[in-house]
Design a protein around this ligand. Sequence first.
Ligand code: NAP
Length: 416
Amino acid sequence: MSETAPSRPQMRRRKFDIVLYGASGFVGRQTVAYLAAQARKHAPGLRWALAGRNPDKLSQSRKAAGRAAAQAEIVVAPVDDAAALAGLARSAAVVLSTAGPFALSGSALVQACVDNGTHYVDITGETPWVRQMIDRHHARAAQEGTRIIPCCGFDSVPSDLGAWMLMQAMQQRHGVPCVDIKAAFTMRGGVNGGTLASAMNLMDSGSAQALKDPFLLDPDGAGSHDARDHADPVLPVFDGDFQAWLGPFVMGPVNTRVVRRSAALLGYGGNFHYQEYQRVGGGLVGGAAALSLSAGMRVSQAALGLSPVRRLATRLMPGPGQGPSRERMDQGWFRCDLVGRSASGQTVRARIEDEGDPGNRATTKMVCEAALALLGPAEDLPGGAGHGGVLTPASGLGAVLVQRLRGAGMRLQVEP
Ligand SMILES: NC(=O)c1ccc[n+]([C@@H]2O[C@H](COP(=O)([O-])OP(=O)(O)OC[C@H]3O[C@@H](n4cnc5c(N)ncnc54)[C@H](OP(=O)(O)O)[C@@H]3O)[C@@H](O)[C@H]2O)c1
């Protein structure tokens, strides 16, 4: 253990249970409201703080969350102030970050968490940045038992926990693993300016090519695969299991990488295959809609590869700090249907669903419950006490997060 990383018993004496970094952003403000409600109803002793770079905006966030947030402290720690970030990390058992683009604002915070043995969760979908965090920190975090868990929002909790639940169910029912799992998403939701800013930064930074690697997040030496067998879907397909036309799912290139990292870390098996889609509908109308979805995604990806188009799009679309109206978020929902198949053809099915805008309501619930999961007994978490690394929702939180999300009203069900 390094000199800077505290032992786990010392963690309990830290000033805060959870520090919310990026608490002034569109999702950040929702995490403040969520934790304030949790602290009031279910966790009266919770010690938490709002953090970020701008004290005025953080005060506004706290004020907007009402009386239940009034006791929360404010910690100002810009990302270029290493001493402030170290102080923040030392003061917290868990840091929850919603500050993005993560490639611009996340690296120094993760470094501070690893240096100080502070568990960390976030809502990034920026897989090239996650790859950097794996390369820099996995070995040390694993050695010192620090859980660094990116991708705890809508990308990629339903995919990752869904695949994990099916692996468990197949083993329990048939005594064998799934060799193939596919997921089909349907959803209604809005788009945040912060999400668009993160996507644009990814393209501007030249890391778009890395996104195409199906095993971008795999551990070193996880075994070789033929990438063509795991390539992201491009064309529509009619799927007999779902009885529907499926097209490419916009978050698939993020979620599939996270599930494949879980597969490698948790040992799903060398021939494990995972893919995901957007479910469109049945019949001729569904086929036509799937075709236009596929074509639309190809055209928009090609167009956004051009920097003048990106500049124009940035001017027309919502900016950082903006997002869907409250009404639109209330009307949102998502459903993720999954089918798992064993080598000899046995199947298991699962469904994960919830009401509310997936990129905001569901994301807030998922990441806050992920942070709260890390406060419970470490023995209950995957790998037990002392387990760490740059992990995934399934490999870092597993059954504890499933239970917490069920308790928070999300439906995560394996079909009987
Ligand atoms: N996983 C999911 O499903 C999901 C869903 C939604 C969003 N996201 C991701 O979450 C991130 C935030 O989204 P959002 O809609 O909340 O964006 P947002 O409203 O623009 O908020 C961004 C937050 O990050 C902070 N920030 C940005 N750059 C910073 C820096 N250099 N140093 C310190 N703080 C910095 C901002 O602080 P200031 O207020 O001081 O500017 C603000 O608090 C994005 O990366 C987005 O892609 C993921």
